[in-house]
Design a protein around this ligand. Structure first.
Ligand SMILES: [Zn+2]
Length: 328
């Protein structure tokens, strides 16, 4: 039996999601993802022999990306000024994400489900014979149940993505916005905090969110409109100064809040919100660092209590830290 040539389509079907995310530096991948999510791939066209696939992506201008299967690998070119052989551009990332989504909807889940007409049109341009993939696709497996958990373990913030309660290690089957979040967690070159910010700002309502402390795991609602700021509180109590890092909302100090990676979790209202201003903790951070150097607190002490420093520097200090704030 003659082997079908391994052409552009076969390469696209075989491409691993990780490959797309690791093809370019972070800023390029993010921009390419935005282009994909905005549906900026306008059309596909094949050459007469179906060996070169061209795609038009609308950026500041319209650019043409060409995909060929050269020497057993998929090769890309783009006619934008940013593209070089060595570093792919956002247009290439956009074409790959869009194509993988069209060819294998099981790989990622399309974030723009409302654009089904357009997907259909593109699918017909992409596939031979002009018929959709739907008939050839395997039936969908149990629907995924993704959840994002912000955890505080041993004073440190971490982000976990689970599917049916199982920790996700691979982006396979993940919607694209979660795949980007997972990369920001896994790749040391990416910042998890930045990844979390991007995810929450654009998709904060799309998946169930949880916060996990040592005591409990609670569902939280992304509430970007609630704004919190910070201040350092100093109180002279007997021979000690009690120094505390506080979260403030509308001038009111909040007791039952945690801060994780630049976000505030209100344990009373179950809301997750951005922390607007962290500058109020500068004094706390300075006093904490000085106390630690002076041996008044031990490095292993968790930063979960107000810091208590004797006014007499010769007296011993009480270990402590800041209210509900993670270790920097
Ligand atoms: Zn380009």
């Amino acid at each position: 039996m003659a082997m079908e040539p391994f052409g552009v389509l076969e390469h696209l079907k075989a491409i691993s999601p990780n490959h797309v995310y690791f093809l370019a530096p972070k800023v390029i991948v993010m921009r390419g993802y935005e282009y994909y999510a905005q549906g900026r791939l306008e059309a596909y066209s094949w050459d007469r022999t179906r060996t070169v696939l061209s795609a038009v992506v609308r950026g500041s201008l319209r650019y043409t990306i060409r995909l060929t299967a050269d020497d057993g690998t998929l090769a890309y070119t783009c006619n934008c000024p940013g593209w070089t052989q060595a570093s792919q551009c956002k247009h290439v990332i956009c074409v790959l994400l869009t194509s993988v989504n069209l060819l294998k909807p099981d790989t990622f889940r399309m974030p723009n489900a409302r654009n089904t007409n357009r997907q259909d049109l593109l699918e017909r341009q992409l596939l031979p014979g002009g018929k959709g993939t739907s008939a050839a696709m395997p039936p969908p497996r149990t629907p995924a149940q993704f959840e994002v958990t912000l955890g505080m373990r041993e004073g440190r913030g971490e982000v976990m993505i689970t599917n049916h309660g199982v920790m996700c290690q691979s982006v396979l089957g993940m919607p694209t916005e979660l795949a980007l979040l997972l990369r920001s967690i896994q790749d040391p070159a990416w910042s998890t905090q930045e990844g979390l910010q991007n995810f929450l700002n654009h998709h904060g309502h799309r998946h169930p969110l949880f916060v996990e402390t040592a005591e409990e795991r609670i569902p939280v609602e992304w509430t970007p409109s609630a704004t919190y700021t910070t201040k350092t509180e100093l109180n002279l109590v007997g021979k000690e100064v009690i120094i505390a890092a506080r979260c403030v909302r509308y001038g009111e100090v909040l007791e039952s809040v945690h801060t994780i990676m630049g976000f505030v979790v209100d344990m009373t209202t179950h809301r997750l919100s951005p922390l607007e201003y962290e500058g109020g903790w500068q004094v706390f951070d300075l006093l904490y660092e000085q106390s630690r150097r002076a041996g008044l607190i031990r490095p292993q002490d968790l930063l979960n209590r107000p810091l208590s420093v004797p006014t007499d520097p010769m007296a011993a200090g009480t270990p402590g830290g800041r209210a509900g704030r993670e270790t920097p």
